[in-house]
Design a protein around this ligand. Structure first.
Ligand code: CP
Ligand code: NVA
Length: 311
């Protein structure tokens, strides 16, 4: 009998390694095929459990529709409805679910819980966002940029304005992996996790990506080909709302800030957006905004992720 292959998790975007580039190509192909009405049942007979500790519009829907497109079955589970909510351990939950399903998608408050589930599950665990990373989002974002830039990342620069949060962590690592330059502006006290920055710097040495960090949004955006922002208050940080709104006041992506980017610079936001806070209506609804493509590409990205991990 052939040896059983070890299961593969996606906790950090780095876990995709050399599979990231082919995965983006596969996602583009799945998108083109879906538009022609062609769906391939590559997940036929497979079940995917989805545990969401926090709300979700895009991630949940795109995984559910994606699994269905691929001929599989998904089960949405809120911890409230699981014994997990009554104190059953993550380890026991992981071992039980692994006897029923072929993969577990998990949106967690804590990255430690994400790692614990992955440690005990014998099936792939996919991080659907935690406090440290949001890898599936960045797959969709890179797909979106690659569509606009004819598959080329090198020679382009993306700017990030806002929080050094989960989305920025995965973006930083993802840019470093594919060789896309990234200039980030985050306020004092809201910079990235230093461990993520040092991993990104190592990856960037190989890919040639230039990564730069500052506290000045104008400096980050100057000459950029695309500008990306996210909420100032992530899920779970609601108690910090007023302190954060003060700290981020100068970090709004508006027309005045966009005037420093290259003419025609793309605008990205992972959504949900807080219009009038981190981004203004005219910018998010402007002609160079690609936010709806990002949202759509979550679907094609999730399908390519599932195929890659369940292959
Ligand atoms: N961007 C994103 O992950 O959105 P949801 O929280 O709606 O899933
Ligand atoms: N940084 C945000 C992303 C939401 C998709 C959060 O964690 O709430």
């Amino acid at each position: 009998m052939p040896a059983k292959r070890p299961k593969r998790d996606l906790l950090s975007i780095v876990d995709l390694g050399d599979d990231l580039a082919p995965l983006l190509k596969r996602a583009a192909r799945l998108k083109a095929e879906r538009r022609r009405g062609v769906l391939r049942p590559s997940l036929k007979g497979k079940n995917v459990a989805m545990i969401f500790e926090k709300p979700s519009t895009r991630t949940r829907t795109s995984f559910e529709v994606g699994v269905h497109d691929l001929g599989g079955h998904s089960l949405y589970m809120s911890p409230k409805d699981l014994q997990l909510g009554r104190g059953e351990t993550i380890a026991d939950t992981a071992r039980v679910l692994s006897r029923y399903v072929d993969a577990i998608v998990y949106r967690a408050f804590r990255s430690q819980d994400e790692a614990e589930l992955a440690k005990w599950a014998s099936v792939p665990v996919i991080n659907a966002l935690d406090d440290r990373e949001h890898p599936c989002q960045i797959v969709a974002d890179l797909l979106t940029l690659s569509e606009r830039w004819k598959g080329r990342f090198s020679g382009h620069r993306l700017a990030w304005v806002g929080d050094g949060n989960n989305v920025h962590h995965s973006l930083l690592l993802g840019c470093a992996m594919v060789g896309l330059d990234l200039s980030s502006a985050t306020p004092e006290g809201y910079h990235d996790d230093p461990g993520i920055v040092s991993t990104a710097r190592e990856l960037a040495k190989k890919s040639g990506a230039a990564l730069s960090f500052s506290t000045d949004p104008r400096e980050a955006v100057r000459g950029a080909d695309a500008v990306y922002t996210d909420v100032w208050v992530s899920m779970g940080e609601e108690a910090e709302q007023s302190a954060r709104e003060k700290a981020f006041a100068g970090y709004q992506v508006n027309a005045a800030l966009m005037a420093h980017a290259r003419p025609g610079a793309l605008v990205l936001h992972d959504l949900p957006a807080h219009r009038g806070l981190e981004i203004t209506d005219d910018v998010i609804d402007g002609p160079t905004s690609v936010v709806w493509d990002q949202a759509e590409n979550r679907l094609h990205g999730q399908k390519a992720i599932l195929e890659t991990l369940l292959r």
